[in-house]
Ligand binder design. Structure first.
Ligand SMILES: [Zn+2]
Length: 315
């Protein structure tokens, strides 16, 4: 019996875990990401927690899978993002391998989340699954017949950067009109900010539930679930744009299942219902489909499970 290590480095949290050969989670150590402390701090956290986990098992650790919350150059196993200082161009796969003394492989969190949900969550047993993570941004991973669909330049499934309009605000990718700038958590927050400027009396509940000086996507979703009208209006508008992106995916791939993850994506039935209604409104009455749209079942652990799948070599 051999175990694998899994590492998930996110913008707000990081997790390290020990999994057995069946992908069962044995132990997890997690913490908050300190962006200001930067790359070297994060690396020292990862190294010490992984060593702790390795000491807590008698079974040898055969490999380590890593998920990084930002763009990754997969063929070169490098981080390409400016997540926080020092990450750009960093050979995270090689570094982990050298530090822990076990083979390591790295992918971005959207692909890792897709692998996690496909092997251990809502996408189990499906032939064609699309995982969409909606939090501050929008990412996605496509799994066809058990394999990640990567594309020629390893950028297949960049659903967040599908241009759905020729206007709109500037996206993090530098383009304009991307789905991410219309339907992400950040897009919801900027709509709420517009409301608070024009109609401050209408955003009181959203502000209260956000627990701070600004409305968060989480607070907004909570207010919408309570029946708050302005929050529901923002949610509807967001879901309508998302429906346009999702309908494109359905038209191109006709997947069996679309799994929604990430802080906003897995917020539950209200988002799913609003999204399904928006899809019904824009869909063709003659080109029907049976693609299911569901929430991720691994919650905030989709990417960690995916990292375990990478470690197990089943990606
Ligand atoms: Zn973009």
């Amino acid at each position: 019996m051999k175990n694998v290590l899994a590492v998930d480095i996110g913008g707000t949290h990081f997790r390290t875990g020990l999994f057995d050969e069946q992908g069962r989670r044995l132990l997890v150590l997690e913490g908050d990401t300190d962006r200001v402390a930067g790359r070297d701090w994060m690396l020292s956290q990862i190294a010490s927690r992984c060593r702790d986990l390795m000491e807590q098992t008698d079974a040898p650790v055969k490999a380590c899978g890593l998920s990084f919350g930002g763009p990754v150059d997969f063929p070169h196993q490098k981080v390409t993002s400016v997540h926080s200082s020092g990450w750009k161009g960093f050979e995270l796969g090689k570094w982990t391998e050298k530090t822990l003394g076990v083979p390591c492989r790295l992918d971005n969190d959207a692909n890792a989340g897709a692998l996690g949900e496909y092997h251990f969550g809502a996408g189990r047993g499906s032939k064609l699954m699309v995982y969409i993570t909606i939090s501050t941004g929008i990412g996605s991973g496509i799994i066809y017949e058990g394999k990640l669909l990567r594309g020629k330049d390893y950028m297949a499934g960049e659903i967040g950067h599908i241009p759905i309009s020729d206007s709109g605000s500037l996206c993090s990718c530098g383009g304009r009109g991307c789905l991410e700038s219309f339907s992400s958590g950040a897009a919801m927050e900027s709509r709420a900010l517009e409301w608070s400027k024009r109609r401050p009396e209408h955003v009181e509940r959203m502000l209260e539930l956000s627990g701070g000086p600004e409305i968060t996507a989480k607070g907004l979703m909570m207010a919408a679930a309570e029946g708050d009208q302005p929050a529901n209006q923002i949610l509807k508008e967001t879901a309508r744009w998302l429906a346009h992106g999702i309908l494109m995916i359905i038209r191109i791939l006709n997947p069996e299942v679309i799994v929604l993850g990430g802080g906003v994506g897995q917020s539950g039935e209200l988002l799913l219902k609003t999204l399904r209604n928006a899809l019904d409104e824009i869909a063709s009455p003659t080109i029907t489909y049976s693609t299911e749209i569901v929430s991720a079942t691994l919650g905030t652990y989709s990417a960690l499970y995916g990292a375990a799948a990478i470690g197990l070599g089943v990606e």
